[in-house]
Design a protein around this ligand. Structure first.
Ligand code: ACO
Length: 374
């Protein structure tokens, strides 16, 4: 049987807390004019205490499931793209799986910086097309504000926090994800990096003192790289699906810098109006930026079912890639769903109780096994 991987649900979550350029100018030597003219960014949403990559990702995932009209029990796989995971392990995907009560789902994290959402969506689409799974959640979630040196004016002005999620589902109707390109050049790994905290440079007094747990970036080189690969990847993914740029309705680029997007548009000879851009209000939310922009354009009616969309991104690694999809929207429900959305609060409570219940069972089992061993 031939399956196609359709994008049938979407959702986002951003912290309510907003930091404007004027706010930043109070703590570092910068100005609204400098930031706007060099990046296009006016403000960014920053996670507050208690918010995290898992909490934002779970929020976005539940909204996406609601749009697709399916319950968390229907999800076979959760792939979370993030560069700001909650821990080295467990994966943020497993934490989200627990938070949303996706009791049947496998879950893992994918690390490809800002390109991650594209790679995750492609991997999931291929699993659906192979017949291995039917329903999956792709989540891009970041709290990069926790990895930013708020005294470094060359990086802290750029990043924001947020999450976006897509539901992908199998259908025999042609459409959905049509093609993808995925690329990497690790020789440029040092251009954008968080040097310490991994196995190469474990956390020590010295690494903390040297601020090596913060994002370090060669902005000019990343800029040059980005302008080169954005246009190329867009052309490649369109060609791979046997289309031309004239067949494309929308380009949803990674929202890093207005000037990078304008250069890519110029190189592709496409009007800027065909690009979905919202970085002015969110800054660079890394892997969350593509779903954050896409969902905005779906919600305000720009993206319509049947539209062909190129998602294109670049980031640390170096990595870059693009994905071409024909927009679908929710599939007709196989059977009407009673819950959990009409009982949202109750469902949240159930999921929490379930998680605590499992912990208590594990504790009791451990005590029983401990007694037996004596
Ligand atoms: N406010 C005021 N002045 C500043 C600021 C600031 N916030 N930041 C830097 N400057 C100064 C610099 O010190 C420098 O001064 P100098 O000439 O006296 O040395 C001057 O402005 C020019 O600095 P540049 O770094 O050359 O500025 P540029 O025009 O390249 O803009 C920027 C910097 C915005 C970072 C740009 O290079 C850029 O956007 N690069 C791409 C970054 C990017 O997209 N990164 C994300 C990748 S995705 C991911 O994986 C997370």
């Amino acid at each position: 049987m031939n399956y196609f991987a359709h994008i049938t649900g979407w959702g986002t979550s951003v912290p309510a807390n907003v930091i404007t350029n004027a706010d930043l100018a109070k703590i570092i030597e910068t100005s609204d004019e400098w930031i706007r003219s060099r990046t296009g960014i006016a403000q960014r949403h920053i996670a507050e205490e208690g918010q995290s990559s898992a909490s934002l990702g779970a929020e976005a995932a539940l909204k996406a499931l609601k749009v697709a009209n399916i319950s968390p029990h229907d999800v076979d796989l959760i792939v979370v793209s993030t560069s700001s995971p909650e821990h080295l392990f467990p994966s943020t995907a497993s934490l989200i799986q627990d938070r949303i009560g996706a009791t049947r789902a496998g879950a893992f994290d994918l690390s490809a910086a800002c390109t991650g959402f594209i790679i995750a969506a492609n991997m999931v689409a291929q699993s659906i097309r192979s017949g291995a799974i039917r329903t999956a959640l792709v989540i891009g979630t970041e709290t990069l504000s926790r990895l930013v040196d708020w005294e470094d004016r060359s990086t802290c002005i750029l990043f924001g926090d947020g999450a976006g999620a897509f539901v992908l589902q199998a259908s025999q109707e042609p459409g959905g994800v049509l093609s993808a390109v995925m690329r990497s050049d690790g020789s440029g790994g040092d251009l954008l990096t968080v040097p310490a905290g991994g196995s190469k440079l474990p956390t020590s007094y010295q690494t903390v003192k040297d601020k090596q747990h913060f994002i370090q970036m060669n902005g000019r080189e990343v800029f040059r790289f980005a302008t080169r690969v954005m246009a190329q990847a867009t052309e490649d993914v369109v060609k791979k699906a046997n289309f031309t740029l004239d067949d494309i309705d929308w380009v949803v680029p990674h929202q890093a810098n207005q000037r990078i997007i304008e250069t890519a548009a110029k190189r592709l000879k496409l009007p800027l109006e065909r690009f979905v851009i919202n970085l002015e209000r969110y800054g660079n939310t890394s892997t969350a930026s593509i779903p954050l922009a896409a969902v905005e354009a779906i919600t305000d009616g720009r993206i319509q079912p049947g539209d062909r969309i190129v998602f294109v991104g670049f980031g640390a690694g170096l990595t870059w890639g693009a994905l071409l999809a024909q927009w679908t929207g929710p599939l007709p429900a196989e059977k009407p769903k009673m819950w959990p959305y009409r009982l949202h609060g109750l469902y949240r409570l159930y999921v929490k109780l379930r998680s605590w219940g499992l912990r208590i069972v594990r504790l009791v089992e451990g005590m029983v096994w401990g007694q037996r061993d004596k």
